[in-house]
Design a protein around this ligand. Structure first.
Ligand code: ATP
Ligand code: MG
Length: 182
């Protein structure tokens, strides 16, 4: 389906902002209230958005693409200390849209960077075990993105943080404005 990636990305990020809200509300709940099912204290984080105001119409499967973004966002939260800042960006070039999610978390050691998109690969088994997960998230993300003719990659420094990038082919829609013909 044809989706406005600008609106869709903002919508996905709104859900992550909303998760924080529900957490804070249940933390302040009084004793009369029913205990929330999941009492695990969730991590705090701040999402900063640097997202183009322009409509970016792309051909994607919404459910699958949401899974991709959800995994990258969940990783950014999971592999960052409490209170981390996550920066979400969306911009267009002449024939691509580039979406990125940057965290200030653990980062990925140089020798593991090329492997994090492999099935079941998890950096430092001991470090990852307590976090839970199967090591499939990024492998699936890569499949989904490449099926759309796009690319996914990461730039990371251990102890500094990681930035995951997704680029998708993009043809700006001619909005019928006139321009000078040289
Ligand atoms: P799953 O997504 O299946 O629940 P997972 O998060 O461990 O499990 P992936 O999302 O595929 O699996 O990530 C693979 C590994 O890459 C992770 O186990 C982690 O070691 C590393 N990794 C992924 N994202 C980050 C990040 N933002 N910061 C640091 N390490 C990361
Ligand atoms: Mg994951």
């Amino acid at each position: 389906e044809t989706v406005n990636l600008n609106e869709f990305f903002n919508y996905i990020l709104d859900r992550f902002d909303m998760m924080l809200k529900t957490d804070n509300e249940s933390a302040g709940a009084d004793n009369n209230q029913v205990e929330p099912l999941n009492t695990t204290p969730h991590k705090q984080y701040t999402i900063r958005r640097e997202i183009t105001k322009r409509d970016l119409w792309v051909e994607i499967d919404q459910d699958k693409f949401m899974q991709v973004i959800d995994n990258i966002m969940n990783n950014a939260i999971k592999y960052s200390p409490d209170g981390g800042i996550i920066t979400a960006r969306l911009l267009e070039t002449h024939n691509h849209v580039i979406l990125s999610i940057q965290d200030q978390g653990l980062g990925i050691p140089r020798q593991d960077i090329s492997k994090v998109f492999d099935r079941f690969y998890r950096v430092d088994k001991a470090r990852s075990r307590k976090q839970g997960g199967t090591g499939l998230g990024l492998a699936i993300s890569k499949e989904v993105v490449e099926a759309l003719g796009g690319r996914i990659w990461v730039d990371s420094r251990e102890g500094k943080g990681s930035t995951f990038y997704i680029s998708l082919p993009y043809q700006p829609i001619d909005e019928g404005g006139d321009w000078d013909e040289a």
